[in-house]
Design a protein around this ligand. Structure first.
Ligand code: ZN
Ligand code: CU
Length: 485
């Protein structure tokens, strides 16, 4: 019997962080049929299950806006590394590389190998990818961006040049089809070899095709080091010319020469925001991680840690300097010998990181690489690290503000209806955590450690994480552009 005062689940006496960034309040929250049924003082109401949440915080489930989970949501659908952090939705297809749509007989070039081997690229259309997810859903929801590099690899026979008009058209029709299937936008990775030769005009042409869909454009910019300001100019020009919402991915100032330059970059971003919709995401670490290629050593990183190597798998988790010394080779040559490989680059400054993290509206995204043998700890630690180390310990911002950057703000930018806020009628993607103890446990030596303090995680009202373990439930949905679900 439907009874508006008897619910499926009732959290009593929680600190309610509603995702808007506004002041938290203490109260109850009820869940029924997968949605938030009521909030406030529900002392007269009952439920099948009641949780005493005294001393705990209840927030909308965290939205990981920057992931490379395209294959992870299909291959390891418990998504322990994400649900253990309180994440309930992941945005895949970032940095120009998406697992779908890919329909070329050629092996996808690096960095597409970050997502899997050639045989994993088995989804010629976004529709097919979504069908695969829906046939065997993950614990978390997924939304997909269409990668510009993936489109190039399908439409072009050589990637070291600009696309011709015909090739742009070919990429454009693939992009149209993917957006029609429900992809939420276009991503680029202009710093990576297969897209370096793409002129701004090529990206503008594609972004312009995405704009009428109400889609967004996210970019791993052409440069995050010496030419980071020029790269922001290009991003601004692209977003303006195409007329669509734009997101700078994992904003950073890499390389010692560029430490402190977030003052300039954020000032430039603030200026652009007066006349366009521009946002950014950031992960809470001073080390980046991607493929290991000699060019990325030019920024003179303090330390390079190998995360995987196809030719020398035994070197995963070791320092490049140590390997190079052992082999009697310069680091660049050792890097070539390890290829194809991945690495962590220690090359950012703490004050830049803190300035970017506290920049108004900066969203949190992990950029975790789920298939690396010895991954960057951001894969397991990003969200609890912000809440524990940066909010509780360093008082960088209020808890409500940090949660906003993981929930309400992210849902607004990426267009997820009825998620990201605690609101009556919204879908019950929720995280219950202990603000006094929440903290990341993954570090560079032992990167695959679940965080502490995340007590319960619900996706659409179904528990996916409880008592420091996954529940086995896989209630995730595909979040298609413009569709509430
Ligand atoms: Zn990237
Ligand atoms: Cu990325």
């Amino acid at each position: 019997m439907a009874d508006s005062t008897h619910h499926d689940l009732l959290f009593r006496n929680a600190l309610l962080l509603d995702g808007t960034g506004g002041l938290p309040m203490t109260g109850d929250l009820a869940v029924s049929s997968g949605r938030i049924a009521a909030m406030g003082d529900l002392s007269g109401e009952t439920a099948e299950e009641t949780v005493d949440a005294t001393g705990l915080a209840l927030a909308p489930g965290f939205i990981d806006v920057h992931t490379h989970d395209d294959r992870a949501v299909l291959a390891g659908p418990d998504m322990t590394n994400k649900v253990s952090q309180g994440v309930t939705t992941v945005v895949a297809g970032n940095c120009g590389v998406s697992l779908a749509p890919y329909d070329s007989p050629k092996a996808p070039p690096p960095p597409m190998n970050l997502l899997g081997s050639p045989s994993d690229y088995a989804y010629p259309t976004a529709d097919r990818y979504f069908q695969a997810f829906e046939a065997r859903p993950a614990a978390v929801n997924v939304a997909l961006l269409v990668g510009h590099t993936t489109l190039r690899a399908c439409a072009m026979d050589a990637l070291d040049r600009a696309a011709t008009a015909d090739e742009i058209n070919d990429m454009g029709s693939r992009l149209d089809a993917a957006l029609k299937a429900g992809c939420i936008g276009l991503s680029s990775g202009l710093d990576y070899p297969p897209a370096v030769a793409a002129p701004t005009e090529e990206v503008i042409a594609l972004a312009s095709r995405a704009a009428p869909f109400g889609a967004l454009y996210t970019t791993h910019m052409r440069n995050e080091g010496d030419e980071v300001l020029e790269a922001i100019e290009e991003t601004v020009r692209t977003g303006r010319a195409a007329g669509l919402r734009t997101v700078i991915s994992h904003h950073k100032c890499a390389g010692k020469r560029n430490h402190g330059r977030s003052r300039e970059t954020l000032a430039r971003i603030a200026e652009a925001q007066k006349t366009m919709t521009l946002d950014l995401d950031v992960y809470p670490y001073i080390a980046s991680s991607t493929v290991l290629i000699p060019r990325f050593l030019d920024r003179d990183p303090d330390r390079v840690l190998v995360t995987w190597s196809d030719s020398h798998p035994e070197m995963s988790g070791r320092d490049l300097a140590e390997i190079a010394a052992e082999w009697g080779l310069p680091e660049a040559e050792a890097a070539e010998k390890l290829a194809p490989a991945g690495a962590i680059y220690f090359q950012m400054a703490d004050d830049d990181l803190e300035r970017i993290m506290t920049y108004p509206g900066a969203m949190i995204g992990s950029d975790g690489l789920p298939h690396d043998r010895h991954p960057h700890p951001r894969l397991w630690g990003t969200f609890p690290r912000v809440l524990g180390r940066y909010v509780r310990d360093r008082k960088l911002m209020s808890l409500a503000e940090a949660v906003h950057r993981m929930t309400g703000k992210s849902a607004e930018v990426f267009g997820f209806a009825e998620r990201g806020l605690l609101r009556q009628g919204f879908i019950a993607d929720l995280v219950l955590f202990d603000p006094e103890t929440v903290v990341d446990k993954a570090d560079f030596a032992t990167p695959a450690e679940p965080a502490e303090g995340i007590q319960q995680v619900l996706v659409g009202g179904t528990a996916v994480w409880r008592d420091q373990a996954t529940t086995g439930a896989r209630p995730g949905h595909v979040l298609r552009r413009g569709q509430p679900n």
